[in-house]
Design a protein around this ligand. Structure first.
Ligand SMILES: O=C(O)COP(=O)(O)O
Ligand SMILES: [Mg+2]
Length: 237
């Protein structure tokens, strides 16, 4: 099968749980703060499912699950401490999932524009991408602070595509959790979901168009989505 070129297409990637297995350091920071506060640390397998709506949500849910009252769990002072600790440990154990670099290179060689659409703050996202030498692959990094509304709003995805100079009608979202699938639906974009990311509910209930068990399968998933796109367009013509 000859591969179609991807000129004119933008592929958006979620960061945590899609490009990078960042749970060890996010949960590491959460647990250091819990222990400092005299609370029990979270089980990593449970805490990782809380990732996907930003650090503030992880912190608040993690603290509430450990028995802290809501006011303490949501205080700005605690969030500031989270940021200081996480910034210092952001790439201690976090690594790109297997196949990420090769796959991003292949997509770029085929003409796709690549960008990141994440609920992780832009400064932290860029720091993490820099530390793992991944930033060079992306034309734009859209954290929630750079868009008018964060995922699950479709505005996050449309504005990320625009930041990369692309067309939202020719864009595909790749993510791992409900905010990604909902944002894609809201933006009317096809959505690929990883089965190795972080979600509290089964990933096959989220309504993604294609599920992938390995990052390298992104390319085949995109080819399938494009094939359908062009068949539909030909039928309309
Ligand atoms: O940091 C988070 O909780 C979310 O980040 P993500 O949108 O890249 O999954
Ligand atoms: Mg994610």
């Amino acid at each position: 099968m000859s591969l179609r070129d991807l000129d004119g297409w933008t592929v958006l990637f979620d960061l945590d749980g899609t490009l990078v297995d960042s749970a060890p350091d996010l949960v590491g920071t959460l647990n250091r703060l819990l222990v400092e506060e005299g609370l029990p640390p979270a089980r990593p397998e449970a805490a990782r499912t809380l990732i996907g709506s930003g650090a503030r949500a992880l912190l608040a849910h993690g603290f509430e699950a450990a028995g802290a009252d809501v006011e303490r769990a949501r205080s700005d002072a605690l969030f500031e401490r989270f940021l200081v600790d996480y910034t210092a440990h952001i790439a201690d154990g976090s690594r790109a999932f297997e196949g990420v670099v090769e796959t991003l290179e292949r997509l770029a060689e085929r003409g796709a524009v690549l960008a990141v659409a994440t609920n992780k703050r832009s400064d932290l996202s860029e720091l993490l991408l820099d530390r793992l030498d991944l930033r060079r692959h992306f034309l734009a990094v859209a954290g929630p602070d750079r868009v008018s509304a964060r995922k699950p709003s479709g505005a996050h995805l449309k504005e990320a595509v625009a930041m990369a100079g692309g067309d939202p009608a020719r864009a595909i979202m790749v993510g791992d959790a409900a905010p990604d699938a909902e944002a894609a639906r809201d933006a009317d974009m096809p959505c690929v979901l990883t089965t190795f990311g972080y979600t509290p509910v089964p990933v096959d209930t989220l309504g993604g168009d294609v599920l992938i068990d390995a990052f390298e399968d992104v390319e085949e998933a995109i080819d399938g989505i494009l094939a359908e796109f062009y068949v539909r367009r030909a039928l309309k013509a």
